[in-house]
Ligand binder design. Structure first.
Ligand SMILES: [Zn+2]
Length: 225
């Protein structure tokens, strides 16, 4: 089950000219049926200061500032019905010049109304993938700028199998096209798109992750494993 808790977006100033941005917001679909919980929250005030640099810090902040009272069950829509149920450990490989394997604890909540359990996944986590969002983005970036003399060398640096890299790359291209649409996908290069992500504030990035999820019912990069 996926719970999404988004903060309200500020209305854009209509007098301002529209800017072309890979992160433009499109909300076409309402939530689709989903199978896991993601948590994004109005706790974002404190997140404005958090950079994209430290995902584990971001993760900890999310987890420690969750207010379960504000969550709505994504399955049955019950309010004030979630309570802590269990937690489990999983790996999260992050990237900060080198790959780092972390163990994180994911909390699960149970809904007293429909009895379903939901795991809370902060935005730095791509569902079903052990690599963090940043890890994945830097991997694509380094590939596109030919930072390493070969794909093999790059994969060795990142500690991943070559086949894993190509799966991630394929998913990146696929999701970029879904997000931008056919035409703009051609106009905005892969590198421009990935650089835009890297240069974004955590806040803006999170908006992108949220909007992509709302539009598609799955997360950017999800489905690579
Ligand atoms: Zn429920």
């Amino acid at each position: 089950m996926l719970i999404i808790k988004t903060r309200e977006r500020k209305r854009e100033n209509p007098s301002r000219p529209k800017q072309r941005s890979p992160f433009k917001i499109r909300v076409k679909n309402s939530y689709k049926t989903t199978i896991m919980i993601r948590l994004f929250s109005q706790l974002c005030k404190c997140f404005k200061q958090i950079s994209f640099e430290n995902e584990i810090t971001a993760f900890d902040k999310y987890v420690s500032s969750v207010n379960i009272e504000t969550l709505v069950c994504p399955f049955c829509g019950a309010k004030h019905a979630l309570s802590p149920f269990a937690s489990y450990k999983r790996h999260l490989v992050t990237y900060n010049n080198t790959a780092q394997d972390n163990i994180i604890i994911i909390s699960r909540y149970i809904c007293s109304s429909c009895k379903r359990t939901h795991a809370l996944l902060p935005s730095v986590i791509v569902p079903y993938m052990s690599f963090s969002f940043k890890f994945t983005v830097y991997l694509i970036h380094d590939y596109l700028v030919h930072k390493y003399h070969s794909v093999e060398a790059m994969c060795e640096h990142y500690g991943i199998a070559i086949s894993t890299f190509y799966r991630i790359l394929k998913k990146f291209k696929e999701h970029k096209q879904i997000w931008l649409g056919l035409l703009e996908d051609k106009l905005i290069s892969n590198l421009t798109f990935v650089q835009h992500i890297i240069n974004s504030s955590f806040d803006k990035l999170e908006d992108f992750i949220i909007q992509f999820f709302k539009q598609n019912g799955s997360s950017f990069f999800q489905g690579t494993s």
